[in-house]
Design a protein around this ligand. Structure first.
Ligand SMILES: [Cu+2]
Length: 150
């Protein structure tokens, strides 16, 4: 539990996110709730295929017809010392909030942003989205520490 990073993928990727952000900001400014979500869903859906370099597992946060959002995969399996990244490929803000309060959680992060955490110790780490009831996931850390270069 020693490191985490938080970054804006759209800026990192240098894609057309600026237009999407401007449209989203304008729509929010005029108080529309439905339109920006629809725009953002189209804008960020391509991030579903994006894997964060250096992360053993990339969990995508995606829109779901049944719920506000979903973590895919819901269970991320890594070895000690490996990193899990969460990419927000949805049209809404979410958090990665660990149920163990001793583990620092993410801030709310928006469409096109990501959060990363390295897990050094074996265990099962459950987390939720603090904003949306029913958005749950877990990180299972098990196995031997990988040999560098192996
Ligand atoms: Cu959420």
């Amino acid at each position: 539990m020693v490191s985490f990073r938080f970054r804006d993928l759209i800026r990192t990727l240098g894609t057309t996110g600026v237009a999407g952000r401007a449209a989203l900001g304008l729509a929010v400014a005029v108080g529309l709730a439905v339109l920006p979500a629809a725009c953002a869903q189209l804008q960020y859906a391509s991030l579903r295929d994006y894997r964060v370099p250096g992360a053993a597992v990339t969990v995508h946060i995606v829109d779901s017809p049944e719920t506000v959002g979903v973590f895919e995969p819901a269970v991320a399996r890594v070895r000690p010392g490996q990193t899990v990244a969460w990419v927000n490929a949805s049209g809404d803000y979410h958090t990665v909030t660990f149920t163990d309060p001793s583990i620092p959680s993410s801030p709310g992060f928006g469409p096109g942003e990501s959060f990363e955490r390295r897990f050094d110790r074996s265990g099962t780490y459950r987390y939720v989205c603090a904003y949306h009831r029913g958005m749950v996931g877990e990180v299972v850390v098990a196995g031997a520490v990988p040999t560098p270069g192996a």
